[in-house]
Design a binder for this molecule. Structure first.
Ligand SMILES: *Cc1c(COP(=O)(O)O)cnc(C)c1O
Length: 377
């Protein structure tokens, strides 16, 4: 023993060295990452469609059609990013299940990617989830695991992951960080590329609704990073706390019942929702969202989900503001998923009646606005 307190073994320092190299795992990882890249490489970009407006207004409204991804929604991008993030972090392992708390589009897209790389997938969802959603998850090889109390979704997912040695994907936490916000053909970069030959290539507004909040976070960050003047508007449906939390700067905001507009509106301020990056929010009545998504079909002959209507209602309101101010420019919003998933919901008059929703006044607002240029609420 020397006086400094260090142990000496014959004068040589002891090196502690643990090598956990697993070359079989690394070969599997390489192959899994290649398969996800190859899937992206086989896929085409989604279209930027035009919503027809009177020529003399000098305003162009575009819809980024995310319903044309292989799994039918903008969650295809998220699922791809979450799988790459989980693989590259060493979180997703050969033969171990991927688990997600989702009753919707995310589980459908993740089931697709899980099958692509050959791992089991389990969606933890409320027992009340529509059979059509379960059918789609099972179609892509996933398994549905039900809970009776939807507040237990997160806990039950974490428990299943611990029990099976699997990975709980946790979209609401990781959506914002799994996506490359500086570019790499994310949704924002793609929109700007597609606008390059338009008369107003830098939109005045981009409108994006929020579920995880990841899409609006990615678009806002990209716009700020690229030093564009575009502003970001997030419309929020009824029974969601995002508007309240953003307005009152309250990260603990909550709402006590679930959103009727599938895919958007949350009862808690999700970690992936970045309020500070958002310029403007609007609270949109659910009946207005339905009126707008039906107006979309009359305008471009395409059915979409309710959240597309929420975004379109907001975008039309922004167009009205520009018309009133006499300014010209462009606005972009999204088609988030296709309408055929919701025929007995947003496209069913008996569902509207059962929900006590009257869309007639909102339909009137949209139709008269498109005919006259003035917005009467
Ligand atoms: C998830 C989702 C959104 C919102 O996207 P986020 O990036 O999660 O905020 C909008 N519409 C639909 C149909 C969705 O599934």
């Amino acid at each position: 023993m020397d006086t400094s307190g260090h142990r000496r073994d014959g004068g040589a320092a002891v090196t502690v060295d643990i090598d956990r190299s697993d070359l079989e795992y690394r070969a599997w990882l390489k192959e899994a990452v290649r398969k996800v890249h190859a899937d992206a490489n086989r896929s085409a970009d989604t279209h930027l469609l035009r919503f027809p407006l009177p020529e003399q207004w000098g305003i162009d409204l575009y819809l980024k059609d995310e319903s044309t991804h292989p799994t039918g929604s903008l969650k295809h991008r998220l699922a791809r990013s979450l799988f790459l993030y989980g693989l590259c972090n060493g979180w997703i392992r050969k033969g171990k299940p991927v688990i997600e708390a989702s009753s919707g589009s995310t589980a459908v897209s993740e089931a697709y990617f899980a099958r692509l790389i050959g791992v089991p997938f389990v969606a933890v969802m409320p027992r009340t989830t529509s059979p059509e959603k379960c059918r789609l998850i099972e179609f892509h090889g996933g398994q549905c695991h039900f809970v009776d109390d939807s507040r237990m979704l997160y806990e039950e997912s974490a428990r299943l992951a611990a029990e099976t040695g699997g990975h709980y994907m946790d979209q609401f936490t990781y959506a914002e960080r799994a996506t490359d916000w500086r570019g790499n053909n994310n949704i924002a970069e793609s929109i700007y590329q597609q606008l390059r030959l338009e008369r107003y290539p830098e939109p005045a507004w981009i409108v994006a609704t929020a579920g995880t909040g990841g899409t609006s976070a990615t678009i806002a960050r990209y716009v700020h990073y690229m030093q564009y003047d575009t502003r970001i508007c997030v419309p929020d449906p009824e029974n969601s706390c995002f508007f309240d939390g953003w307005t009152n700067d309250n990260p603990l905001a909550t709402s006590d019942c679930g959103s009727r507009i599938e895919g958007i509106g949350r009862p808690r301020m999700e970690p992936s929702f970045l309020p500070g990056a958002i310029d403007r929010m609007m609270k949109v009545p659910d009946a207005a969202s339905v009126a707008a998504v039906r107006a979309l079909e009359r305008a471009i002959g395409r059915k979409a989900g309710g959240s597309t209507g929420t975004g379109l209602w907001s975008a039309l309101k922004l167009v009205a503001e520009m018309v009133e101010q006499g300014s010209t420019g462009s606005i972009v919003t999204l088609i988030c998923d296709p309408g055929d998933r919701y025929l007995d919901k947003y496209y069913s008059d008996s569902w509207l009646t059962a929900q006590g929703l009257d869309i007639a006044p909102y339909t009137g607002t949209i139709d008269s606005f498109l005919a006259t240029g003035s917005w009467r609420a």
